[in-house]
Design a protein around this ligand. Structure first.
Ligand code: ARG
Length: 439
Protein backbone atom coordinates (compact mmCIF):
# COMPACT_ATOMS: atom_id res chain seq x y z
CA UNK A 1 0.00 0.00 0.00
CA UNK A 2 2.72 2.48 1.08
CA UNK A 3 4.88 1.53 -1.85
CA UNK A 4 1.99 2.12 -4.17
CA UNK A 5 1.36 5.64 -2.91
CA UNK A 6 4.96 6.73 -3.22
CA UNK A 7 5.11 5.34 -6.72
CA UNK A 8 2.03 7.36 -7.60
CA UNK A 9 3.30 10.64 -6.14
CA UNK A 10 6.65 10.13 -7.77
CA UNK A 11 5.06 9.59 -11.14
CA UNK A 12 2.80 12.60 -10.62
CA UNK A 13 5.68 14.89 -9.71
CA UNK A 14 7.52 13.48 -12.73
CA UNK A 15 4.58 14.45 -14.91
CA UNK A 16 4.45 17.99 -13.48
CA UNK A 17 8.17 18.34 -14.00
CA UNK A 18 7.75 17.39 -17.62
CA UNK A 19 4.89 19.84 -18.06
CA UNK A 20 7.02 22.63 -16.56
CA UNK A 21 9.85 21.68 -18.89
CA UNK A 22 7.51 22.03 -21.85
CA UNK A 23 6.65 25.50 -20.59
CA UNK A 24 3.48 24.86 -18.62
CA UNK A 25 2.26 26.67 -16.64
CA UNK A 26 3.73 29.55 -18.56
CA UNK A 27 4.86 32.02 -15.96
CA UNK A 28 6.11 34.56 -18.51
CA UNK A 29 4.33 33.74 -21.74
CA UNK A 30 6.84 34.13 -24.48
CA UNK A 31 6.00 33.41 -28.08
CA UNK A 32 8.72 30.94 -28.65
CA UNK A 33 7.89 28.91 -25.57
CA UNK A 34 4.18 28.95 -26.33
CA UNK A 35 4.74 27.59 -29.79
CA UNK A 36 6.74 24.72 -28.43
CA UNK A 37 5.54 21.80 -30.66
CA UNK A 38 5.02 19.55 -27.64
CA UNK A 39 2.62 22.03 -26.11
CA UNK A 40 0.66 22.39 -29.32
CA UNK A 41 0.55 18.65 -29.72
CA UNK A 42 -0.68 18.22 -26.14
CA UNK A 43 -3.41 20.85 -26.51
CA UNK A 44 -4.58 19.45 -29.85
CA UNK A 45 -4.79 15.92 -28.48
CA UNK A 46 -6.65 17.11 -25.38
CA UNK A 47 -9.16 19.08 -27.43
CA UNK A 48 -9.71 16.20 -29.85
CA UNK A 49 -10.26 13.74 -27.01
CA UNK A 50 -12.73 16.04 -25.23
CA UNK A 51 -14.61 16.69 -28.47
CA UNK A 52 -14.73 13.00 -29.36
CA UNK A 53 -16.09 12.04 -25.95
CA UNK A 54 -18.70 14.81 -26.05
CA UNK A 55 -19.84 13.85 -29.54
CA UNK A 56 -19.95 10.16 -28.66
CA UNK A 57 -22.06 10.84 -25.58
CA UNK A 58 -24.40 13.14 -27.52
CA UNK A 59 -24.83 10.63 -30.33
CA UNK A 60 -25.46 7.87 -27.81
CA UNK A 61 -28.08 9.79 -25.85
CA UNK A 62 -29.80 11.30 -28.85
CA UNK A 63 -29.74 8.43 -31.32
CA UNK A 64 -29.23 5.15 -29.51
CA UNK A 65 -30.44 5.53 -25.97
CA UNK A 66 -34.05 4.53 -26.42
CA UNK A 67 -36.70 4.81 -23.80
CA UNK A 68 -40.07 3.07 -23.45
CA UNK A 69 -43.26 5.05 -23.73
CA UNK A 70 -46.75 3.81 -22.86
CA UNK A 71 -50.03 4.95 -24.37
CA UNK A 72 -53.66 4.15 -23.73
CA UNK A 73 -56.28 4.13 -26.44
CA UNK A 74 -59.92 3.02 -26.53
CA UNK A 75 -61.09 1.14 -29.57
CA UNK A 76 -64.76 0.77 -30.23
CA UNK A 77 -65.54 -2.59 -31.86
CA UNK A 78 -68.60 -1.96 -33.99
CA UNK A 79 -69.41 -5.40 -35.35
CA UNK A 80 -69.26 -7.38 -32.10
CA UNK A 81 -72.15 -7.32 -29.66
CA UNK A 82 -71.28 -7.18 -26.00
CA UNK A 83 -72.38 -10.34 -24.18
CA UNK A 84 -71.99 -11.75 -20.68
CA UNK A 85 -69.30 -14.01 -22.06
CA UNK A 86 -67.09 -10.92 -22.19
CA UNK A 87 -67.44 -10.20 -18.45
CA UNK A 88 -64.43 -12.33 -17.52
CA UNK A 89 -60.98 -12.59 -19.14
CA UNK A 90 -61.19 -16.35 -18.54
CA UNK A 91 -63.75 -17.06 -21.27
CA UNK A 92 -62.75 -18.22 -24.72
CA UNK A 93 -64.81 -15.33 -26.19
CA UNK A 94 -62.86 -12.73 -24.20
CA UNK A 95 -59.55 -14.39 -25.03
CA UNK A 96 -60.17 -14.68 -28.76
CA UNK A 97 -61.65 -11.19 -29.19
CA UNK A 98 -58.73 -9.66 -27.26
CA UNK A 99 -56.26 -11.64 -29.34
CA UNK A 100 -57.90 -10.44 -32.57
CA UNK A 101 -57.77 -6.82 -31.41
CA UNK A 102 -54.15 -7.17 -30.29
CA UNK A 103 -53.18 -8.67 -33.62
CA UNK A 104 -54.96 -5.92 -35.63
CA UNK A 105 -53.20 -3.22 -33.59
CA UNK A 106 -49.86 -5.01 -33.93
CA UNK A 107 -50.30 -5.54 -37.67
CA UNK A 108 -51.29 -1.91 -38.23
CA UNK A 109 -48.21 -0.56 -36.45
CA UNK A 110 -45.89 -3.19 -37.94
CA UNK A 111 -46.97 -2.08 -41.42
CA UNK A 112 -46.64 1.64 -40.68
CA UNK A 113 -43.69 3.98 -40.48
CA UNK A 114 -43.64 3.27 -36.73
CA UNK A 115 -42.76 -0.40 -37.25
CA UNK A 116 -39.41 -0.01 -35.53
CA UNK A 117 -40.83 1.94 -32.60
CA UNK A 118 -43.83 -0.28 -31.83
CA UNK A 119 -43.20 -2.95 -29.19
CA UNK A 120 -46.42 -4.51 -27.99
CA UNK A 121 -50.16 -3.95 -27.49
CA UNK A 122 -52.32 -5.53 -24.83
CA UNK A 123 -56.08 -5.35 -24.25
CA UNK A 124 -56.30 -4.43 -20.57
CA UNK A 125 -60.09 -4.56 -20.50
CA UNK A 126 -63.16 -5.18 -22.65
CA UNK A 127 -66.23 -3.22 -21.56
CA UNK A 128 -69.72 -2.61 -22.90
CA UNK A 129 -70.80 0.57 -24.66
CA UNK A 130 -74.49 0.12 -25.34
CA UNK A 131 -74.42 -3.07 -27.35
CA UNK A 132 -70.93 -2.44 -28.74
CA UNK A 133 -67.64 -3.40 -27.13
CA UNK A 134 -64.92 -0.98 -26.07
CA UNK A 135 -61.37 -2.30 -25.74
CA UNK A 136 -58.95 -0.41 -23.52
CA UNK A 137 -55.60 -1.02 -25.13
CA UNK A 138 -52.19 -0.29 -23.65
CA UNK A 139 -49.45 0.16 -26.24
CA UNK A 140 -45.73 0.27 -25.74
CA UNK A 141 -43.32 2.11 -28.04
CA UNK A 142 -39.62 2.67 -27.87
CA UNK A 143 -37.98 5.76 -29.24
CA UNK A 144 -35.00 7.96 -28.56
CA UNK A 145 -35.04 10.65 -25.92
CA UNK A 146 -34.45 13.26 -28.59
CA UNK A 147 -37.77 12.48 -30.31
CA UNK A 148 -40.42 15.09 -29.85
CA UNK A 149 -43.12 13.63 -27.58
CA UNK A 150 -45.96 15.63 -29.09
CA UNK A 151 -45.06 14.70 -32.63
CA UNK A 152 -44.68 11.00 -31.71
CA UNK A 153 -48.12 11.09 -30.13
CA UNK A 154 -49.68 12.58 -33.23
CA UNK A 155 -47.88 10.06 -35.46
CA UNK A 156 -49.29 7.24 -33.30
CA UNK A 157 -52.74 8.81 -33.49
CA UNK A 158 -52.57 9.06 -37.25
CA UNK A 159 -51.49 5.41 -37.63
CA UNK A 160 -54.33 4.47 -35.25
CA UNK A 161 -56.83 6.12 -37.55
CA UNK A 162 -55.78 3.79 -40.38
CA UNK A 163 -57.25 0.96 -38.33
CA UNK A 164 -60.71 2.09 -39.27
CA UNK A 165 -62.11 -0.62 -41.54
CA UNK A 166 -58.62 -1.54 -42.55
CA UNK A 167 -58.51 -5.10 -41.35
CA UNK A 168 -60.68 -8.07 -42.24
CA UNK A 169 -63.50 -8.92 -39.95
CA UNK A 170 -63.20 -6.41 -37.11
CA UNK A 171 -64.78 -3.01 -37.52
CA UNK A 172 -62.65 -0.87 -35.28
CA UNK A 173 -63.36 2.73 -34.49
CA UNK A 174 -60.28 4.10 -32.74
CA UNK A 175 -60.72 6.98 -30.33
CA UNK A 176 -59.28 10.09 -31.98
CA UNK A 177 -57.10 10.82 -28.94
CA UNK A 178 -54.56 8.62 -27.27
CA UNK A 179 -53.29 9.26 -23.75
CA UNK A 180 -49.67 9.00 -22.82
CA UNK A 181 -49.03 7.07 -19.60
CA UNK A 182 -46.14 6.93 -17.18
CA UNK A 183 -44.75 3.48 -16.33
CA UNK A 184 -46.64 3.78 -13.05
CA UNK A 185 -49.95 4.68 -14.79
CA UNK A 186 -49.59 1.63 -17.03
CA UNK A 187 -48.84 -0.63 -14.05
CA UNK A 188 -51.85 0.78 -12.17
CA UNK A 189 -54.14 -0.18 -15.03
CA UNK A 190 -52.84 -3.76 -14.96
CA UNK A 191 -52.99 -4.19 -11.18
CA UNK A 192 -56.74 -3.52 -11.30
CA UNK A 193 -57.23 -6.51 -13.61
CA UNK A 194 -56.49 -10.08 -12.62
CA UNK A 195 -53.51 -12.21 -13.57
CA UNK A 196 -50.86 -9.65 -14.51
CA UNK A 197 -47.35 -10.93 -13.86
CA UNK A 198 -44.28 -8.69 -13.84
CA UNK A 199 -43.71 -9.00 -17.60
CA UNK A 200 -47.23 -7.89 -18.48
CA UNK A 201 -46.95 -4.95 -16.06
CA UNK A 202 -44.27 -3.42 -18.27
CA UNK A 203 -45.29 -5.12 -21.56
CA UNK A 204 -41.78 -6.51 -21.70
CA UNK A 205 -40.46 -9.37 -23.78
CA UNK A 206 -40.68 -12.96 -22.61
CA UNK A 207 -40.06 -13.41 -18.91
CA UNK A 208 -37.55 -16.02 -17.87
CA UNK A 209 -38.47 -17.79 -14.67
CA UNK A 210 -35.29 -19.44 -13.48
CA UNK A 211 -34.01 -20.75 -10.19
CA UNK A 212 -36.18 -21.44 -7.22
CA UNK A 213 -36.11 -18.11 -5.42
CA UNK A 214 -38.98 -15.80 -6.33
CA UNK A 215 -38.42 -12.09 -6.83
CA UNK A 216 -40.50 -9.14 -5.69
CA UNK A 217 -43.76 -9.01 -7.63
CA UNK A 218 -43.28 -12.36 -9.38
CA UNK A 219 -46.32 -13.98 -7.72
CA UNK A 220 -48.30 -10.98 -6.42
CA UNK A 221 -51.34 -13.11 -5.45
CA UNK A 222 -49.41 -15.42 -3.09
CA UNK A 223 -50.13 -15.01 0.63
CA UNK A 224 -48.88 -16.68 3.81
CA UNK A 225 -51.57 -17.72 6.32
CA UNK A 226 -50.17 -17.44 9.84
CA UNK A 227 -51.14 -18.24 13.42
CA UNK A 228 -49.19 -16.40 16.12
CA UNK A 229 -46.89 -15.06 13.38
CA UNK A 230 -46.05 -18.62 12.42
CA UNK A 231 -46.46 -19.66 8.78
CA UNK A 232 -48.97 -22.52 8.44
CA UNK A 233 -50.25 -22.50 4.87
CA UNK A 234 -50.18 -20.69 1.54
CA UNK A 235 -53.18 -18.97 -0.02
CA UNK A 236 -54.15 -17.00 -3.12
CA UNK A 237 -55.66 -13.52 -3.45
CA UNK A 238 -58.70 -13.76 -5.75
CA UNK A 239 -60.31 -10.36 -5.00
CA UNK A 240 -59.48 -7.43 -2.73
CA UNK A 241 -61.17 -9.24 0.19
CA UNK A 242 -61.05 -12.98 -0.56
CA UNK A 243 -58.28 -15.57 -0.21
CA UNK A 244 -58.63 -19.08 -1.64
CA UNK A 245 -56.85 -21.87 0.24
CA UNK A 246 -57.15 -25.52 1.36
CA UNK A 247 -59.66 -26.79 3.94
CA UNK A 248 -57.06 -28.94 5.70
CA UNK A 249 -55.17 -25.78 6.73
CA UNK A 250 -57.82 -25.19 9.40
CA UNK A 251 -57.58 -28.57 11.15
CA UNK A 252 -55.86 -26.87 14.07
CA UNK A 253 -58.20 -23.87 14.25
CA UNK A 254 -60.93 -22.31 12.16
CA UNK A 255 -61.32 -19.27 14.39
CA UNK A 256 -60.69 -16.23 12.13
CA UNK A 257 -59.30 -14.21 15.06
CA UNK A 258 -56.35 -16.57 15.37
CA UNK A 259 -55.20 -16.04 11.79
CA UNK A 260 -53.48 -13.33 9.77
CA UNK A 261 -53.00 -13.06 6.01
CA UNK A 262 -49.49 -11.89 5.08
CA UNK A 263 -48.33 -10.42 1.78
CA UNK A 264 -44.84 -10.10 0.32
CA UNK A 265 -41.87 -12.41 -0.33
CA UNK A 266 -40.84 -12.97 3.27
CA UNK A 267 -42.92 -14.64 5.98
CA UNK A 268 -40.92 -13.01 8.76
CA UNK A 269 -41.03 -9.43 7.42
CA UNK A 270 -44.37 -9.24 5.61
CA UNK A 271 -45.01 -6.28 3.32
CA UNK A 272 -48.60 -6.18 4.63
CA UNK A 273 -50.49 -8.07 7.34
CA UNK A 274 -54.28 -8.28 7.39
CA UNK A 275 -56.79 -9.59 9.90
CA UNK A 276 -59.44 -12.12 8.92
CA UNK A 277 -63.19 -11.59 9.14
CA UNK A 278 -64.39 -15.09 8.34
CA UNK A 279 -63.32 -18.55 7.22
CA UNK A 280 -65.53 -20.62 4.92
CA UNK A 281 -64.63 -24.32 4.75
CA UNK A 282 -66.26 -26.57 2.15
CA UNK A 283 -69.15 -28.39 3.86
CA UNK A 284 -68.20 -31.70 2.32
CA UNK A 285 -64.49 -31.64 3.04
CA UNK A 286 -63.41 -35.25 3.77
CA UNK A 287 -60.12 -35.46 5.69
CA UNK A 288 -59.69 -39.17 4.88
CA UNK A 289 -60.15 -39.05 1.11
CA UNK A 290 -59.12 -35.35 1.04
CA UNK A 291 -62.09 -34.67 -1.17
CA UNK A 292 -63.23 -31.01 -1.41
CA UNK A 293 -60.01 -29.67 0.15
CA UNK A 294 -60.95 -26.04 -0.41
CA UNK A 295 -61.69 -23.05 1.82
CA UNK A 296 -62.08 -19.27 1.64
CA UNK A 297 -60.92 -16.52 3.96
CA UNK A 298 -62.48 -13.11 3.97
CA UNK A 299 -60.20 -10.23 4.97
CA UNK A 300 -61.38 -7.77 7.59
CA UNK A 301 -60.73 -4.90 5.15
CA UNK A 302 -60.06 -4.75 1.41
CA UNK A 303 -56.44 -4.53 0.28
CA UNK A 304 -55.27 -1.78 -2.04
CA UNK A 305 -53.71 -3.38 -5.08
CA UNK A 306 -50.12 -2.55 -5.94
CA UNK A 307 -47.53 -3.84 -8.37
CA UNK A 308 -46.64 -6.51 -5.78
CA UNK A 309 -50.11 -7.26 -4.37
CA UNK A 310 -52.94 -8.08 -6.75
CA UNK A 311 -55.19 -10.91 -7.89
CA UNK A 312 -54.75 -13.96 -10.08
CA UNK A 313 -57.51 -14.83 -12.59
CA UNK A 314 -59.90 -17.67 -11.88
CA UNK A 315 -60.58 -20.04 -14.78
CA UNK A 316 -64.10 -20.75 -16.03
CA UNK A 317 -65.53 -24.13 -14.98
CA UNK A 318 -65.17 -25.42 -18.54
CA UNK A 319 -61.51 -24.39 -18.88
CA UNK A 320 -59.43 -27.20 -20.37
CA UNK A 321 -56.16 -27.95 -18.55
CA UNK A 322 -54.15 -30.11 -20.97
CA UNK A 323 -51.88 -32.84 -19.58
CA UNK A 324 -48.26 -31.96 -20.27
CA UNK A 325 -48.82 -28.20 -20.06
CA UNK A 326 -46.52 -26.13 -17.87
CA UNK A 327 -47.58 -24.80 -14.47
CA UNK A 328 -45.85 -23.18 -11.50
CA UNK A 329 -46.33 -23.88 -7.83
CA UNK A 330 -45.11 -21.37 -5.25
CA UNK A 331 -44.81 -21.32 -1.49
CA UNK A 332 -42.74 -21.30 1.68
CA UNK A 333 -42.95 -25.06 2.15
CA UNK A 334 -39.99 -27.27 3.01
CA UNK A 335 -37.41 -28.02 0.33
CA UNK A 336 -37.44 -31.74 1.17
CA UNK A 337 -39.80 -34.12 2.92
CA UNK A 338 -39.45 -33.68 6.68
CA UNK A 339 -37.57 -30.37 6.33
CA UNK A 340 -38.46 -26.96 7.74
CA UNK A 341 -40.51 -24.31 6.02
CA UNK A 342 -38.46 -21.44 4.57
CA UNK A 343 -38.82 -17.67 5.01
CA UNK A 344 -38.30 -16.59 1.38
CA UNK A 345 -40.87 -17.48 -1.30
CA UNK A 346 -39.87 -20.32 -3.63
CA UNK A 347 -41.18 -21.30 -7.08
CA UNK A 348 -41.02 -24.51 -9.07
CA UNK A 349 -42.05 -25.48 -12.58
CA UNK A 350 -44.15 -28.63 -13.01
CA UNK A 351 -46.31 -30.23 -15.70
CA UNK A 352 -49.97 -31.21 -15.54
CA UNK A 353 -50.55 -34.98 -15.33
CA UNK A 354 -53.90 -36.50 -16.37
CA UNK A 355 -56.04 -38.05 -13.61
CA UNK A 356 -55.87 -41.32 -15.54
CA UNK A 357 -52.09 -41.48 -15.47
CA UNK A 358 -52.08 -40.28 -11.85
CA UNK A 359 -54.45 -43.08 -10.84
CA UNK A 360 -52.22 -45.85 -12.26
CA UNK A 361 -51.42 -48.66 -9.78
CA UNK A 362 -47.76 -47.55 -9.49
CA UNK A 363 -48.90 -43.98 -8.91
CA UNK A 364 -51.87 -43.11 -6.67
CA UNK A 365 -53.87 -46.23 -7.55
CA UNK A 366 -57.33 -44.69 -7.78
CA UNK A 367 -57.07 -42.10 -4.99
CA UNK A 368 -57.31 -39.19 -7.44
CA UNK A 369 -60.95 -38.03 -7.49
CA UNK A 370 -62.46 -35.82 -10.23
CA UNK A 371 -62.05 -32.70 -8.04
CA UNK A 372 -58.28 -33.28 -7.85
CA UNK A 373 -55.47 -32.45 -10.27
CA UNK A 374 -51.94 -33.91 -10.41
CA UNK A 375 -48.80 -32.02 -11.37
CA UNK A 376 -45.12 -32.89 -11.25
CA UNK A 377 -42.32 -34.16 -13.47
CA UNK A 378 -42.20 -37.76 -14.79
CA UNK A 379 -39.05 -38.55 -12.83
CA UNK A 380 -40.12 -36.54 -9.78
CA UNK A 381 -37.87 -33.83 -8.34
CA UNK A 382 -40.23 -30.88 -8.80
CA UNK A 383 -43.05 -30.69 -6.29
CA UNK A 384 -44.72 -28.75 -3.53
CA UNK A 385 -44.08 -30.02 0.00
CA UNK A 386 -45.14 -29.54 3.64
CA UNK A 387 -46.06 -25.91 4.27
CA UNK A 388 -47.03 -25.21 0.66
CA UNK A 389 -50.60 -26.37 1.28
CA UNK A 390 -53.35 -23.99 0.30
CA UNK A 391 -50.98 -22.20 -2.08
CA UNK A 392 -51.40 -21.62 -5.82
CA UNK A 393 -50.67 -23.78 -8.86
CA UNK A 394 -50.87 -21.32 -11.77
CA UNK A 395 -50.70 -21.38 -15.57
CA UNK A 396 -50.20 -18.60 -18.11
CA UNK A 397 -52.72 -18.31 -20.96
CA UNK A 398 -51.99 -17.35 -24.57
CA UNK A 399 -52.21 -13.64 -23.64
CA UNK A 400 -49.80 -14.10 -20.74
CA UNK A 401 -52.42 -13.71 -18.04
CA UNK A 402 -52.00 -16.01 -15.03
CA UNK A 403 -54.79 -18.38 -13.95
CA UNK A 404 -55.22 -20.37 -10.76
CA UNK A 405 -55.70 -24.02 -11.73
CA UNK A 406 -54.87 -25.82 -8.46
CA UNK A 407 -54.60 -25.49 -4.69
CA UNK A 408 -51.76 -27.43 -3.01
CA UNK A 409 -53.54 -30.30 -1.22
CA UNK A 410 -51.54 -33.50 -0.67
CA UNK A 411 -48.94 -35.95 -1.98
CA UNK A 412 -46.95 -38.99 -0.87
CA UNK A 413 -43.81 -37.38 0.60
CA UNK A 414 -42.37 -34.83 -1.85
CA UNK A 415 -40.87 -35.02 -5.32
CA UNK A 416 -40.77 -38.83 -5.59
CA UNK A 417 -41.10 -40.42 -9.05
CA UNK A 418 -44.69 -41.52 -9.78
CA UNK A 419 -45.89 -39.61 -6.70
CA UNK A 420 -46.67 -36.13 -8.05
CA UNK A 421 -48.26 -33.31 -6.10
CA UNK A 422 -52.05 -33.47 -5.81
CA UNK A 423 -54.02 -30.25 -6.03
CA UNK A 424 -57.63 -29.24 -5.59
CA UNK A 425 -58.92 -28.76 -9.16
CA UNK A 426 -60.11 -25.13 -9.15
CA UNK A 427 -62.34 -25.51 -12.24
CA UNK A 428 -64.36 -28.18 -10.39
CA UNK A 429 -65.11 -25.68 -7.62
CA UNK A 430 -65.65 -22.60 -9.77
CA UNK A 431 -69.38 -22.54 -9.01
CA UNK A 432 -68.82 -23.12 -5.28
CA UNK A 433 -66.43 -20.13 -5.21
CA UNK A 434 -68.98 -18.00 -7.01
CA UNK A 435 -71.80 -19.05 -4.63
CA UNK A 436 -69.74 -18.18 -1.58
CA UNK A 437 -68.10 -14.96 -2.75
CA UNK A 438 -69.97 -13.65 -5.78
CA UNK A 439 -66.65 -13.70 -7.69
N1 ARG B 1 -50.38 -31.33 3.04
C1 ARG B 1 -49.18 -30.61 2.87
C2 ARG B 1 -49.21 -29.33 3.68
O1 ARG B 1 -49.95 -29.28 4.65
C3 ARG B 1 -48.90 -30.30 1.42
C4 ARG B 1 -48.39 -31.49 0.77
C5 ARG B 1 -48.11 -31.31 -0.66
N2 ARG B 1 -47.26 -32.40 -0.97
C6 ARG B 1 -46.78 -32.64 -2.15
N3 ARG B 1 -45.96 -33.64 -2.26
N4 ARG B 1 -47.09 -31.91 -3.17
O2 ARG B 1 -48.43 -28.43 3.52
Amino acid sequence: MGLDLSAKSESRSGFLKALRQWGWPARVPSTSRFLNPYVICFIVIAVVVILAVTIALLVYFLAFDQKSYFYHSSFQILNVNYSNQLNSPATQEYRSLSERIESVVTKTFKESNLRNQFIRAHVAKLRPDGSDVIADVIMKFRFTRSSNGASMKSRIESVSRQMLNNFGNLEINPSPEITSLTVQDAANIFTKECGAGPDLMTLSEERIIGGIKAEEGDWPWQVSLQRNNFHICGGTLISNTWILTAAHCFRSSSNPRQWTVNFGLSTTVPALRMRVRSIVIHDNYEPITRENDIALMQLERGVTFTRNIHTVCLPVASQNIPPGSTAYVTGWGSLEYGGNTVTELQQVQVRIISNNVCNAPASYNGAILPGMLCAGLPGGGADACQGDSGGPLVQEDSRRLWFLVGIVSWGFQCGLPDKPGVYTRVTAYRDWINQRTGI
